[in-house]
Design a binder for this molecule. Structure first.
Ligand SMILES: C[S@@+](CC[C@H](N)C(=O)[O-])C[C@H]1O[C@@H](n2cnc3c(N)ncnc32)[C@H](O)[C@@H]1O
Length: 277
């Protein structure tokens, strides 16, 4: 988090105003956990290991309960708000490998459209020096993210915030990087326009906006699996569907975001990285 994120009348008051009283409490709790971690010798880091094991075991149990063709997201069971998006197990590591090259060493990473919350959880484990802020507009998604977060005990993963990319003002005022995975084709176009407007406002010059998903590209034949995916999305909602990458780039440029690179990913997906000019 940049120092400028915390303003007068004082560090604590400023931080409370910036992140909200509820999250301030969580931040204080987190700082105590960090202190605890700093005080214990490295060979006692089995505590973090035990947390990770608990998380993995709970995922396995949820997996056992899956039946029939895998839907996009699975509600794991009555009374358990944690959703499981099966693709996260396949793409979280390849995405993290790309993020390792573009994320700053320290700071706040805002994720939009966090969905189940599993990506953010994974990234918080992989990048312990960064603070992760998940978000989503959907109440069930927020419950899922929070349930995963509580079970993981990660000090660098903040409670989720309700955030609709289309909102004129986002609740988060500043971020050192923004991630948005699989939202652009699974939401109406105004969500993409809002994402670019918000990212253009929040990010400082040079800071990255990372997108992941399937796109159409000028001069490149769309893979049959992506054509079928597009048809499926449009059948679910005529305002959803694969976007032309050129249109996304043009929208980003309107808000001062410049295309940095495009990285091909498994299963005909792309990582698309913009930087604030
Ligand atoms: C296909 S899911 C992707 C979830 C997660 N990123 C993943 O890859 O598993 C699309 C997500 O976009 C969110 N979404 C849809 N419209 C949005 C908007 N206007 N602003 C922010 N998020 C939105 C949905 O609530 C949903 O969680």
């Amino acid at each position: 988090m940049r120092a400028s994120s915390v303003s007068a009348p004082g560090a604590v008051g400023g931080a409370a105003a910036w992140i909200g009283a509820g999250r301030m409490k969580a931040a204080i709790k987190a700082s105590r956990i960090v202190s605890l971690f700093m005080a214990i010798p490295p060979d006692s880091h089995w505590v973090a290991y035990a947390f990770a094991q608990g998380y993995l075991k709970s995922r396995e149990k949820i997996g056992e309960r899956m039946t029939g063709p895998a839907p996009y997201e699975i509600e794991p069971g009555e009374g358990d708000p944690r959703r499981v998006a099966p693709h996260v197990a396949r793409n979280a590591e390849p995405i993290a490998a790309v993020l390792a090259d573009i994320l700053p060493a320290r700071g706040l990473v805002l994720e939009l459209a966090s969905g189940s919350g599993e990506h953010c959880l994974h990234f918080a484990r992989v990048f312990p020096k960064l603070l992760f802020q998940p978000s989503d507009p959907e109440p069930a998604a927020l419950r899922s993210i929070e349930a995963w977060r509580q079970g993981a005990g990660l000090f660098n993963l903040l409670p989720p915030v309700a955030l609709d990319a289309r909102a004129a003002d986002w609740e988060i005022a500043e971020a050192d990087a923004i991630l948005c995975i699989n939202m652009i084709h699974v939401s109406p176009w105004p969500a993409t326009a809002g994402l670019m407007r918000g990212a253009g406002k929040l990010l400082a010059p040079g800071a990255p906006l990372y997108l992941y998903g399937a796109y159409r590209r000028t001069g490149v034949e769309t893979a049959p699996s992506n054509e079928a995916f597009d048809e499926n999305l449009r059948a679910r909602d005529p305002d959803w569907g694969l976007r032309q990458l050129d249109d996304v780039v043009a929208e980003a440029e309107r808000h001062g975001l410049v295309l940095d690179k495009v990285v091909p990913m498994p299963a005909n997906n792309l990582s698309v990285i913009f930087r604030k000019a």
